[in-house]
Design a protein around this ligand. Structure first.
Ligand code: OAD
Length: 242
């Protein structure tokens, strides 16, 4: 990564009128949370795209819960990394106005970020298949959780393929995209919609996109700066130039 790119990106970030960030699984990679499409994306030879669907859950809720329990166990042992902590610092100093994440691991909040929009939900959140009960796990589930109100099966309150995103969260996301002048895109392959469109919407309004990734993504051809490297290193490196 040319040093001048990082310096220029640092100036854009420091002087941004309204800075937002979009993150994906890559921002948690250095916290040992597997990404979805990388070489570590498989579980028992299934990939997420086969398990994170309403059909997979209807067909074999036990298997899908085993996958989520495995991920909950893994994530319970993980800690936020310097990339998460840098984003939390930028929120604290008022530089970062909002953080839109595709991740369900909850690591941004554990790092101290509070203005977090979890567009794909949260791995620890639960909802009932039959009534409007919503709950939250504080530790990995032990078997398939049941609704305390109606005894039905509970499911993870995450967005599965083919499901719509929460309308209230999306209204807040679009309001942020309207105001953004600089959008950081961190650790996402840019293949899942509508999140992959968010940075493009900022750019279409004249905003600037700065990507942090270890390799090119589907978004790279649209970004203004591509800062190559692990975000746990590149975000603190940029912070040190501000
Ligand atoms: P992916 O696994 O598709 O992409 C992860 C991205 O992170 C890739 O572009 C990697 O190159 C990059 N990456 C890996 N290590 C990195 C590091 N240390 N620093 C920076 N970047 C790194 O994950 P997402 O793009 O988040 O959706 O996937 C989007 C959605 O697809 C997920 O939210 C999930 C999945 O199915 C649902 O579950 C609905």
């Amino acid at each position: 990564m040319p040093e001048e790119d990082l310096q220029e990106a640092a100036e854009l970030v420091a002087n941004a009128k309204y800075l937002i960030a979009l993150t994906g699984a890559g921002v948690s990679k250095e916290s040992n949370v597997p990404t979805f499409r990388g070489e570590d994306g498989l579980w028992r030879n299934y990939n997420a795209m086969e398990l994170a669907t309403p059909a997979a859950f209807a067909n074999d809720p036990k298997l899908v819960w085993e996958w989520y329990i495995w991920r909950q166990g893994l994530i319970a042992e993980c800690e936020p990394n310097p990339g998460h902590l840098t984003l939390a610092k930028w929120e604290e100093t008022g530089l970062l106005k909002s953080l839109i994440t595709q991740n369900v691991d909850g690591l941004h909040r554990r790092a101290g970020s509070s203005n977090v929009l979890e567009v794909h939900g949260n791995l620890w959140a639960l909802k009932c298949l039959s009534c409007d009960y919503h709950g939250r796990l504080s530790a990995p589930a032990e078997g398939i959780p049941e609704c305390p109100d109606c005894d039905s099966m509970l499911r993870p309150n995450v967005v599965w393929f083919g499901e719509s995103l929460d309308s209230e969260v999306m209204a807040r996301v679009y309001a942020e995209l309207e105001k953004a002048t600089v959008c950081l895109v961190i650790g996402t392959s840019g293949v899942v919609q509508p999140a992959a469109m968010f940075p493009i919407m900022v750019k279409q309004r004249g905003g600037t996109i700065i990507e942090f990734n270890v390799e090119e993504s589907r978004l790279t051809r649209s970004v203004d700066y591509h800062i190559q490297g692990p975000s746990g290193e590149t975000l603190p490196a940029l912070d040190s130039l501000i």
